[in-house]
Design a protein around this ligand. Structure first.
Ligand SMILES: [Fe+2]
Length: 246
């Protein structure tokens, strides 16, 4: 596969799209530096020069944290790393904000991960998941367990929506799904995705036979009443530490 160094990954992706290439993989989601694109059998890899970065705004870190800045990640969403050392790469906790309301420039995709939970802090975000019924709105206090390889898409949001996303491992691949459109016709709430199933706290009761669903419930309990950056950081570090001991 040809490896092409680029300065601006987003611009390079758009440029290759005009040449008939499609995006297949992007890595990592919070600050992409690597993308795979293809046109028929022709495959190439775009790699961002390490010297190039896209900071949005410096912001004081939560007390107890180290400097962290908002960075434009995948699909125009802004990411801020809550645990700078990422517990040795085992976990990433991202504070994600969507400042613009309306349609989100996302596409159907999936991640290859061990565990991923998303907790809605503010606003409303419309999402859709493979085999989990029609699109629905995530609202503050809702938490999704997003199993590995489940196809999904962020559709729209109200301005200034925010989530916390905890993922293991810290760096993981996001693959574009070209063939499946969402929502899918069938509803399969108990479908197994690489040993886990989809779970959203407000729709279903946790099942003790699925330990990751219990982790998700505990995350919601720990995040209750969390509002300030200090509280967000403390809660996320607690949850991430317990995940790393799993
Ligand atoms: Fe995703």
């Amino acid at each position: 596969m040809d490896i092409i160094p680029v300065e601006d990954l987003d611009a390079a992706i758009e440029q290759y799209k005009t040449l008939g290439y499609r995006l297949d993989m992007i890595f990592p989601a919070d600050n992409p530096r690597d993308a795979v694109m293809s046109r028929g059998d022709d495959c190439l890899r775009l790699v961002r020069s390490p010297a190039f970065s896209r900071p949005v705004a410096e912001e004081m870190p939560p007390k107890g944290g180290t400097p962290s800045e908002w960075i434009v990640g995948r699909a125009g969403m802004e990411y801020r790393d809550l645990i700078p050392d990422r517990m040795g790469g085992k976990v990433i906790a991202s504070h994600i904000r969507l400042t613009k309301g309306g349609e989100v420039p996302d596409y159907v995709h999936y991640h290859k991960i061990d565990l991923q939970m998303i907790y809605c802090l503010k606003g409303r975000i419309k999402v859709v998941y493979e085999d989990q019924g029609p699109p629905f709105w995530l609202e503050p206090g809702d938490c999704v367990l997003q199993p590995s390889e489940i196809r999904h898409r962020v559709l729209e949001c109200v301005p200034n929506s925010e989530v916390v996303e905890i993922t293991m491992p810290a760096e993981h691949e996001t693959w574009v799904e070209h063939d499946i459109t969402l929502p899918t016709a069938e509803l399969k709430p108990d479908r197994d995705f690489v040993g886990q199933r989809f779970f959203v706290t407000r729709l279903r009761r946790a099942d003790p036979t699925f330990p990751n669903e219990m982790v998700c419930k505990e995350f919601v309990e720990r995040m209750k009443g969390v509002v300030t950056p200090d509280e967000i950081l403390a809660a996320v570090i607690d949850v991430s530490r317990s995940l790393c001991r799993m």
